[in-house]
Write a protein that binds this ligand. Sequence first.
Ligand code: NAP
Length: 285
Amino acid sequence: MLRLSGTDVAKHRQSLLKTRIEEFATRRGRKPGLAVIIVGADPASQVYVKNKVKTTVALGMESFHFELPQDISEAALIAKVEELNRDPKVDGILVQLPLPKHIQADLVLETIRPEKDPDGLTVGNLGLLFAGRKRVAPCTPWGVMKILEHYKIPVAGRSAVVVGRSNIVGKPMAQLLLEANATVTVCHSRTPDLSSVTRGADIVVVAAGQARFLGRDAFKKGSIVIDVGMHRPTTGDFAGKLCGDVKFEELDGWAEAATPVPGGVGPMTIQMLMENTVQLAELKK
Ligand code: NAP
């Protein structure tokens, strides 16, 4: 079985992206800029933000980092986003989730101008994606497409099943596979006999958020299995370890190729976030 390493693909794409950033800086006389806003002191969010800032700087981009207090009002947070919307040095704006309960996350995220939305999750950018005129695609499913492309796995004409229908992963994943000319089925928690559906597919993308819930018997022999799930269970054999939605070890000698967890889809998400920011910078007049 071919192990599809997102770590390797991300590394390869990082060096290409550095060159693209240098060329942008030479042409435009400034670096592409990514602004990250974090509200409060949630430790997990702080780790994510630290990684994003570190990667932004390592790639040669400008990083703007705002730490706002837990009790900031919704109006003040929206005003901050609007200020960044107007700032010509800022090409991408990220608001780290989760936000405190007194703030409506959807309202804040929709304040980000789609032209400055590197997550590709504003209604404007999702609308363009679904209309076949994408500006930037949501990072995780876009990263999956880049893994398939890197390993030259054909998509056109093949049957693909996506397990999960969230706006962040499942729905845009299905749309990207459709755009690449796969015949796509989307499954969710109300799909009866899930395995009978996934077993019919050449390519299965699993994004259900259920730790290790699909094993070998859910896939046909020779299929391509992409595991988007990300879990750190507190009990059982995998307690304290990172694992996905799929029992990766059962796929050896069965699947043609599969992504492990960790080291599969995860590293691609941050890479695509950086690429999307550069893409938005380049699109700016
Ligand atoms: P989510 O919003 O919870 O959506 C999960 C989807 O899976 C829902 O559509 C749900 O169906 C469906 N589902 C749940 N249980 C199911 C079952 N037993 N059978 C079939 N479908 C089922 O999760 P998400 O944000 O899309 O994320 C999914 C997973 O990917 C999570 O583990 C998350 O941590 C991971 N993730 C990883 C990355 C990365 O960078 N690697 C990025 C984002 C997310 P309903 O709609 O019917 O409820």
